[in-house]
Ligand binder design. Structure first.
Ligand SMILES: Nc1nc2c(ncn2[C@@H]2O[C@H](COP(=O)(O)OP(=O)(O)O)[C@@H](O)[C@H]2O)c(=O)[nH]1
Ligand SMILES: [Mg+2]
Length: 322
């Protein structure tokens, strides 16, 4: 291990050794698509894949950040270190809704066992899902025992959490109403655990029953039946139970072989996606640099060549494919 460690780039070694400033800087580089992070990210991959990555997703205001805070408290009391990623599609790093999260998490600023990072979901180079995945691997390599990822519930980012988190918690509140629609629109399928937060408010039992009905009707393919946990962060309730369910799901992933199967599937699509990006960039460059290829476009515009034939020629560098 010492040998491997000494071959790590300096920044990677610093991250492994617990340097939070280098970690933060590298995350910024990953977000910006800065090539400076490339070697660091590559060299640390082998040190990731150990920590459970727990996603919390659901509509704005249901209490995801409050739950993250409660879980962090619970985990710290168990002696575990926690890395937190907040993905917020509505506001960038300095935006309004992030401020609340910051204030709440500020209390832990002196605790080196917690690292919080909020990320803008717009404008991230390579897409939010890809960036979040790489950042979560960095936190994993930095040695955090658990990684929590909060995403605000609206469509793609939430569903993408499935490709990053080993356990996904879908958070809702009593009086489901519109949320049931959101769930039907895609969140339902990604839930390993349903969390009905704000059980201190009326209607919690009804909400749990509604969800239980949906789960029964859902006809899921997996052997795992998502449990429904009621929580409150104002009158702390159910936080231990929520965490126990996360651990139970993590155990299920191992005992059922689902973890390995899922990993292979996810990594396969990650590799293909990266290769596709790579080839796309090369072709764009080739097209820009080679004036004879630009001629292809003229030919297509003039209807002398069809786009498929032009694409074949682009791939073969201008030579006729057949
Ligand atoms: N009554 C009640 N309010 C809560 C609970 N948890 C969070 N809240 C409040 O709900 C609001 C939104 O919480 P926040 O954690 O920012 O939600 P997020 O948008 O899902 O991250 C805040 O005003 C919280 O104080 C709870 O268990 N019960
Ligand atoms: Mg939040």
């Amino acid at each position: 291990m010492t040998g491997a460690s000494s071959r790590l780039p300096a920044a990677a070694r610093a991250i492994v050794d617990g340097d939070r400033r280098v970690l933060a800087r590298t995350i910024t580089q990953v977000e910006n698509g800065d090539p400076a992070a490339d070697r660091v990210v590559r060299s640390l991959y082998g040190r990731s894949g150990r920590a459970p990555v727990v996603g919390l997703t659901g509509p704005l205001g249901v209490g995801k950040s409050s739950l993250v805070n409660a879980l962090v408290g619970r985990l710290r009391s168990l002696g575990q270190t926690v890395g937190v990623i907040g993905v917020d599609p509505s506001s960038p790093f300095t935006g309004g809704s992030v401020l609340g999260d910051r204030i709440r998490l500020e209390r832990r600023a002196d605790d080196n066992g917690v690292f919080f990072r909020s990320m803008a979901s717009r404008g991230a180079a390579g897409g939010v899902a890809a960036t979040t995945r790489e950042v979560s691997r960095l936190l994993d390599a930095a040695g955090f025992d658990v990684i929590l990822v909060e995403t605000v519930g609206s469509g793609q980012v939430d569903v993408a959490i499935r490709d990053i988190a080993s356990t996904s918690i879908v958070v809702v509140v009593p009086h489901l109403g519109d949320e049931v629609q959101t769930l039907k629109a895609g969140l339902f399928e990604i839930a390993d655990i349903f969390c009905v937060n704000k059980v201190d408010l009326p209607g919690a039992e009804l909400a749990k029953r509604d969800l239980a009905e949906l789960v029964t009707l859902g006809g899921r393919a997996s052997a795992w039946a998502p449990p429904i946990v009621g929580t409150s962060t104002v009158e702390p309730t159910g936080i231990d139970e929520l965490w126990n369910d996360v651990m139970a799901h993590e155990k299920f992933l191992d005992s059922s072989g689902e973890r390995l199967r899922g990993e292979r599937q996810r990594l396969s699509s990650e590799i293909v996606g990266l290769a596709r990006d790579h080839i796309g960039r090369e072709l764009t460059l080739r097209l820009e640099r080679d004036p004879s290829l630009r001629h292809l476009l003229d030919e297509v515009v003039a209807r002398r060549i069809d786009p498929r034939t032009a694409a074949d020629r682009l791939v073969t560098g201008g030579r006729r494919a057949r």
